[in-house]
Every structure is written in C-alpha cells, then in structure tokens.
Design a protein around this ligand. Structure first.
Ligand code: GLU
Length: 294
C-alpha cells in the first residue's frame, strides 16, 4: 500500500519588489506549519507580469528567504517558464465558451460607469473596491469578435462569471482552517459573482494571477494554501476556476497581515520594513521573528 501523501505547502511571492515583514511572516508561517504536520514546502515565483518582475528581485527573494532560515524543495517553479501550460487551460475555457474577449479600454469602462451613475445608479464594486466590468461585449457576435481580434484590437479574456456559475452542479464553497493549529476547517460560501467578469488572460500573456495560481496549486499537488487575509475573497474566483477545470480543492488558511506603524498594510515601497534593509541595519532573523510575533 502507498504511504499517505504528505501535505504540501507553498510560498508564492511575486518578484516585483523587495520582501518585507509581511512576506517574512507568510513564509515563516508556511515553513513552521509544514514542519509541524510533516509536510513539504515549495517555493513558487509568480512572475507572469514580465514588465514588473525582474531576475534581480527574484535573486533578492531567494537571498532573504535563505537568510531567514527557510528551506524549500528544489526545483523552484517559475511561472514565466510555463505559459504553455496556462494556455492549454485557457483554451479549454475558450472552447467551453466560459470566457469572452473583452475590448473595453479603461477609459471606456470609466465613461460607461460614469454615464450609468448619472442616472442615480450606484455601479457595483468588487471586494477590492474596483467597479465591475460592464460586460457589454458579451453580446458581440462570434463574427464580430473574430474580426476585432484579427484587426489587432487590444482585448483581455474575461470570465463569463454568470454563465460559469450556471454550470455548477452545487453551490460553491471552500474549506478554511479556523486557526493556526490547522486542527479544524469551516466551510465558507464562495461568491465569485461579487467579482463580476474577472480577467483570465491577456492578449499578450495567456494567463492571469487567478488562472496561473489554480493551475500551479493543482500541478504542484498543493494541499494547504496558507497566505494573507488580503487574498481571502480572491479564493471565490479560484474555487470557481478549479471547478470549471476539474482541479483538486486545497484547504485554505488566510493569515493575519503584518501592519505598518500607521496601521496600514505594508507595501513593497515601504523601505524600512524591507528585509534587506533590516538585515543591513544589523537585525537578526530571530529579531525578525520577534517583530512579527512568530
Ligand atoms: N503572488 C501572490 C503575491 O505575492 C500570492 C499568491 C498566493 O499566495 O496565492 O501576493
């Protein structure tokens, strides 16, 4: 008989800036939990945004994580090396008519929403506060879509969220651990409709954050997605994609965020909470753990 598979955790930073205390918390928590349950820890570099991600930031991430004492399994998965795999999944969504080419530019979206709001209607916003995509191009005929694409018009592939939800056999939910001991989970209702028609891929990049994250969580057999609270609501979209693509369902734990002295979420431009800057000031890895309460 095969031994039961080990739990698999991942830390998945984007190399578009330097790691800060918030990343240190997430990476150290993944490391600690993987160790506590006899699991594996994988590192994934989420660099699909080839304009903002750089090899220098990636090298700095590896250096910072090594300095913190985190050990991950090799090889590291670098998303920019797997566009073909994401494209295969995208193709399935296109063939199933679950995504459509969305041609509205930012300016057109803004004008559309402003116009609707002059009529006293408050346009719906997503959980991050951004207005939902108007979705008018869902009505375009196939011939029109083909012509506009052939003409070289910019577009993004967007999920037809309503159509996707209508195909599900049962209401959608996910399992969220109730605490850091990972002893229990609770079922959380997924509400992809709150995000509207999200971008699944771009004309020039055959993927998006949501598509590549569900692809890789499946390909890497991730059983435990441990990440910040800021991605809690994004789980709704990811569960929908997992369902549509027949991918397995990991368990989730969305941990607390490390906040700056002003009580706000840390950002990549906050120099003094950057790990490299702290190291240069002589702060030790043990002191980093203390600073973030681990
Ligand atoms: N790459 C994402 C980030 O750096 C994390 C994705 C995830 O953990 O699902 O915010």
């Amino acid at each position: 008989m095969n031994a039961p598979a080990k739990p698999v955790f991942r830390f998945a930073p984007s190399p578009n800036g330097e790691l800060h205390l918030g990343h240190a918390y997430s990476a150290l928590l993944n490391d600690r939990l993987a160790e506590a349950v006899g699991g594996r820890l994988l590192l994934r570099i989420e660099d699909i945004d080839v304009t903002r991600c750089t090899p220098e930031f990636e090298a700095a991430i590896l250096r910072d994580l090594g300095w913190l004492g985190i050990r991950w399994e090799e090889p590291v998965r670098r998303q920019s090396e797997h566009f073909g795999e994401y494209e295969t999944l995208l193709r399935r969504l296109i063939d199933a008519e679950l995504v459509y080419p969305a041609f509205m530019s930012r300016g057109e979206i803004r004008a559309h929403i402003a116009e609707a709001e002059t009529k006293g209607l408050r346009w719906p916003r997503d959980p991050d506060g951004a207005p939902l995509y108007p979705g008018a191009d869902k009505e375009l005929s196939k011939a029109k879509r083909r012509r506009r694409i052939a003409d070289g018009e910019p577009f993004a592939w967007r999920l037809d969220t309503e159509a996707a939800l209508a195909r599900l056999p049962a209401p959608l939910s996910w399992r969220e651990f109730t605490g850091e001991t990972l002893a229990e989970t609770q079922e959380v209702e997924a509400r992809p409709q709150d995000w509207g028609d999200v971008v699944i891929a771009r004309r020039e990049i055959p993927t998006s954050y949501h598509l590549s994250v569900v692809a890789d969580d499946a390909l890497q057999d991730i059983t435990h997605v441990v990440r910040g609270r800021d991605l809690y609501f994004a789980t709704s979209i990811q569960r929908l994609l997992q369902n549509l693509l027949g991918l397995p369902e990991p368990n989730y734990f969305h941990h607390r965020l490390v906040l700056g002295p002003d009580g706000r979420k840390l950002s990549k431009s906050l120099g003094d909470s950057g790990l490299a800057a702290l190291r240069e000031q002589g702060v030790s890895p043990a002191e980093i753990r203390q600073m973030i309460g681990l």
